[in-house]
Structures are given as C-alpha cells and as structure tokens.
Design a protein around this ligand. Structure first.
Ligand code: MCA
Ligand code: AMP
Length: 515
C-alpha cells in the first residue's frame, strides 16, 4: 500500500534534478530541492529524537522564513501535527492555544522566548525552541547535529497532519483538524484544475500560518516541482518587480488593491505571468476589472476555509462539467471543485433551487474531521448526512457559478484575516467604564472590511476612544484592533433586546469611503 503521508506525495513530485533551485528568497538565498529534502530530514530527525508521543502537536509562532517551511515539512514527514500561529498573536491568545492544544514542542522567535516559554512550560510543554528569519535559533543549532536522511513516517489518509485555529462565534477559537488525506487530495486536484505546468514559478508573498500561504501556495508549488520566489513580507513593488521572472501569484484582495496603486504595474511587466489567483475574502468587481485593464489578466477567484482547504474555483480553462464554461466571473467564486459536493440549503436543511439564497454546505475528501477536543461543536456544524455547514450564505446561479452573498456567522474579514466580533467585544466589555459594546464590519478601501467598535459608557464614566484602542493593542493581535472606536449613548435593538448590527453596519457604511 502506498504511503498516504502528504510529504511523501509532495516529495514524489520534486523534479529529477534535485540540484535545481526550489526557493529563491528576496535576500538572495537559493535553496535547492536537495536542500529542502535534507534540511527537512534533519529537522524531522530532531523531532523524532525527542521521543514525542504519537499525534504530538508542534506549535509554531515564528516570522516567515524558508526554514519555517522546512519545519512544516519536517513535521509532516515525522508524522506529527503542525500547529501554525499568527505572529501577531499576543500572550493571552497564545496562552489559549497552548493550553487547548497541549503541544509537545513549541517553536517561537528568540525575541518572544521569555514570555512564550513561560506559557509553554506552565502548560506542560517539554520542548521550546527558537527559530528566527535569519537562520538562527536553537532549533537549527540542534538540527545541525542530526542526520540529513529520514524515512518518511507511514501515514493513513485519516491521520492528523495539522490543526488550524479558527475563531468561534462565541469568541473561543476552535482547532480545525486537517488530515494528510484532506490536504493531499485537495493539492493534487488543484494541480490539475489550475493547470500547473513544468516551468511554473510561484511568487510567494503571503504569511505561512494560514491555509492560503501555507497550504494552497506551498503545496501548489511543491506538488508541481515548481520554483518559488519567496518574499518574507508582502511589498507591492517587490512583487511587481518579480513578475517578469514568474508565472503564478496568489494573494488576498488587499494585495491586489495595493499593487494596483503602483505605477510600475502594467501589461508589459505582467506579460509572462500565467495565473493570478485571489481568495480568503471577497474580491470586489472593481478590483477584478481594474486588474484586467492594468495587466490584461483576469484574476481567478476561489473560495475556501481552514476547515476544508479549497472548495470552489473559477475555471482556469473550460470546465466540461459546466457546459464548457471557461469564463472567470467577477463577484463569483466559480464552481465546486472536482470531488467537492456543494449545496445551498434553507434553515430547515432543505436544498434550494438555482439562484435561491441560503447556507452553503459542503462534503468531500477535503473536509476536515472535526474540531480539536470539541465533539459537540463538531456535531453541531455537520448535518445528519455528513455535510459541513460553512456559515457562508450564498447561491448557485443558472450557469453553476457559486456566489457568496453574506455570512450567517458574525465574522469580519479584514485584509484576509478573520476577526470575530464576540472576541473583541469581550475584551472591550472588560475595560473599566464600559457598559456594553458592539463591533461591526464596514467597507474599507484597503482591507476590504474593517471593524468599528461602538461602545456605551457606564453611567458617570468618561470614556475616551483612544484609551480603549490603546488598551486593546496591549492585549490583542494588531489586525483585530478596531480601526475606529465611537462612544455612543445607545445601541439599536430589536424587540428581543438584541443589538441590530445590520443597522449599525448601514449607519457606518461610508465611514472609510474614498473621497
Ligand atoms: C495589518 N493590519 C491590519 C491587517 N494587517 N488591520 C486589519 N486587517 C489586516 N489584515 C494593521 C497593522 O497592524 C497596522 O496597524 C495597520 O493595520 C497597517 O498595517 P500595514 O503595514 O498596512 O499592514 P501590513 O503589515 O502591510 O499587512 C497587511 C497585509 C496583511 C499584507 C494585507 O494583513 C496580510 O498579509 N494579509 C493576508 C492574510 C492571509 O494570508 N489570509 C489568508 C487566511 P497599526 O498602524 O495600528 O500598527 S487563509 C483563509 O482565509 C482561507 C481559508 C482561504 O480561503 O484562503
Ligand atoms: P478562515 O477562517 O481563514 O478559514 O476563513 C474562511 C472564510 O473566508 C470563509 O468561510 C469565507 O467566509 C471567507 N472566504 C474565503 N474565500 C473567499 C472568497 N473568495 N470570497 C468570499 N469569502 C471568502
């Protein structure tokens, strides 16, 4: 029987010439395929030498680097479970993840070692290493003494490969458990659907602690044996400058908006590019059209989730399942990907007809097994016939294209990062002088959507919006900080006393409108 381990599958697709360049960084470093293979073997051997229990979690909060990617590959090949954490998370957030996931190994930046190791050791983690984006840190110092050959662990499709925390509507994050089979099947299918070709070169400019940068982009390149041009940070000018040497780019809509503001973006600079892919948040029709007129390329928008990896995509070329449709349509997320069953249902679970709006439900080999140690929550999110309720609201049109028109979950997507109002409101409500608060998402020209906090003061308390923002900054990841805080005398409520967020969204709709 073949090994279902995702790394084994990626490795089988490396090019024959292992001395070819696999990753080229913006600081001028070149890593060959052999370097990826050998360095990830050393890191895998280091993990194995720690004699961790089966299913051990390796929690990683480090700046983006090729070595961080190697650690991910090492975790896969050693058969452990990768748990990536956004570098913006602060101590209370990290404490929750570590307490909840009980990782056997924590890897952090040297600058955070003091507070992260304190949390980790208190929670019972035995091993805390450091890894920095300049190839320093105790992890590499230890790995350098390990053998550079490693026999990939033998895995089954259902074996856990990664846990991705995604915030919950009640404010508590849930760990989505993804298996080797979930990710392998999705990567293999996307390789075909997006027409990956020998000679493709991917510009990798996304963070690597979420599905988009870590799985869709990295798996896409590795499973095709394609080189990556690796940028540790997204800089619009730098990405545009790399376009003549590349063929594929993936980004959240904000990255496209920022590149469109650059005078160096034009048809000539993008002429060698084969494919621009967008996702993680809605791509405005305006951005889709502006990109087409600036570069001559039509962005391919797709839709996915941490729980499911990729679900739908606009076509790369004609999709025979949908009357040979090859058009990439603005404001749609395309067709359900091969192997994904997608339906739109009403609140009673009845499947709806074409163009009727309802909850999007999905099923397929890509759909996760459930939330880490939350069996009840998992059960709630699945239907009796095994469909996962995405929490996204949409419709399927007469041509088969899926449209996302809203969300039933109270979620703000800001620059591709998710912000759950309940979590932020909880922090605001704990501040002195606050009686109540509501966070709503409003349109924003750069981030697509941002949070605005409406706060009611306790009687007699004099609240300053700046004080609230400062207090939040010391507790929460920067992308969760409301972009505006407004002290209000009251909040609109329905007859049940529930705050009517739709009215607030309407009222503050144009707060950040372009003049
Ligand atoms: C930074 N800030 C943000 C965000 N990022 N605020 C709201 N939303 C954000 N996304 C804050 C900063 O802390 C700073 O605050 C101020 O906004 C300006 O920061 P700036 O320097 O402009 O930010 P940046 O460092 O350039 O980052 C912007 C970014 C970044 C490059 C767009 O947010 C990013 O890389 N986003 C991509 C996220 C992603 O990969 N998502 C995929 C999730 P202050 O001035 O107060 O310090 S995976 C997913 O969704 C799935 C499943 C899927 O379908 O793909
Ligand atoms: P995450 O927590 O990162 O898993 O976020 C997944 C959510 O991002 C989905 O449930 C959607 O609400 C949203 N999303 C992803 N891609 C798109 C897209 N192309 N258009 C609209 N929303 C999207």
């Amino acid at each position: 029987m073949t090994n279902a381990n995702l790394y084994a599958h990626l490795r089988a697709n490396f090019p024959a010439d292992l001395n070819a360049v696999a990753v080229e960084t913006d600081s001028g470093l070149h890593y060959t395929w052999s370097d990826l293979e050998r360095a990830s073997a050393m890191l895998a051997n280091l993990l194995v030498s720690l004699q961790l229990p089966a299913g051990a979690r390796i929690a990683v909060q480090v700046e983006k680097s090729v070595e961080a990617m190697m650690l991910y590959l090492a975790t896969l090949r050693a058969g452990y479970v990768f748990l990536p954490l956004n570098t913006a998370y602060q101590s209370a957030e990290i404490e929750y993840f570590i307490t909840n996931a009980e990782p056997a190994v924590v890897v952090c930046s040297s600058k955070n070692f003091g507070w992260v190791s304190k949390i980790a050791f208190t929670c019972g983690t035995q091993n805390v290493f450091t890894l920095n984006d300049d190839r320093t840190g105790s992890l590499l110092e230890r790995a350098v003494h390990c053998l550079d050959q490693h026999r990939c662990a033998s895995s089954q499709d259902d074996d856990l490969a990664a846990i991705l925390y995604t915030s919950g509507t009640t404010g508590r994050s849930k760990g989505a458990m993804l298996s080797h089979g979930n990710m392998r099947s999705n990567a293999q299918m996307l390789k075909d659907y997006w027409g990956w070709q020998r000679g493709d070169v991917l510009i990798h400019a996304l963070p690597i602690f979420h599905v988009h940068g870590l799985f869709v982009a990295i798996h896409g390149a590795l499973i095709n044996g394609s080189k990556m041009i690796w940028l540790n940070r997204f800089e619009p000018k730098a990405v545009i400058a790399q376009m003549p040497r590349a063929t594929v780019f993936m980004g959240v809509p904000t990255l496209y908006v920022r590149m469109l503001a650059e005078p160096t973006l034009n048809k000539a600079v993008a002429s060698k590019m084969r494919l621009f892919i967008a996702g993680s948040a809605p791509l405005l029709k305006e951005t889709f059209e502006a990109w087409r007129s600036a570069t001559g390329h039509t962005i391919l928008e797709r839709y996915g989730m941490s729980e499911t990896v990729m679900l739908t995509s606009n076509p790369y070329s004609a999709d025979p399942r949908y009357a040979n449709q090859s058009e990439r349509r603005a404001a749609t997320v395309g067709f359900p990907l091969p192997g994904v069953s997608l339906r739109v249902c009403d609140e009673d679970g009845k499947a709806l007809a074409v163009n009727e709006i309802g909850g999007i439900q999905v099923k397929g080999a890509n759909v996760f097994a459930g939330y880490w140690r939350m069996p009840e929550k998992t059960q709630e999110e699945f239907t009796a016939d095994g469909y996962f309720k995405t929490g996204d609201v949409g419709k399927i049109d007469e041509r088969g294209y899926v449209h996302i028109v809203g969300r039933s979950k109270d979620l703000i997507i800001s620059g591709g990062y998710n912000v759950y109002p309940a979590e932020i409101e909880g922090y605001i409500n704990d501040l002195a002088g606050v009686a109540e608060s509501a966070l709503v998402g409003v349109p924003h020209p750069d981030f697509g959507e941002v949070g605005v906090a409406l706060v009611i003061a306790k009687s007699g308390a004099a609240l300053q919006p700046e004080t609230i923002i400062t207090a939040l900054k010391s507790r929460l990841a920067n992308f969760k900080i409301p972009k505006r805080c407004i002290v209000v005398p009251e909040l609109p409520r329905n007859t049940m006393g529930k705050v009517q967020k739709n009215l607030l969204r309407e009222k503050y709709q144009t707060l950040f409108a372009k003049s």
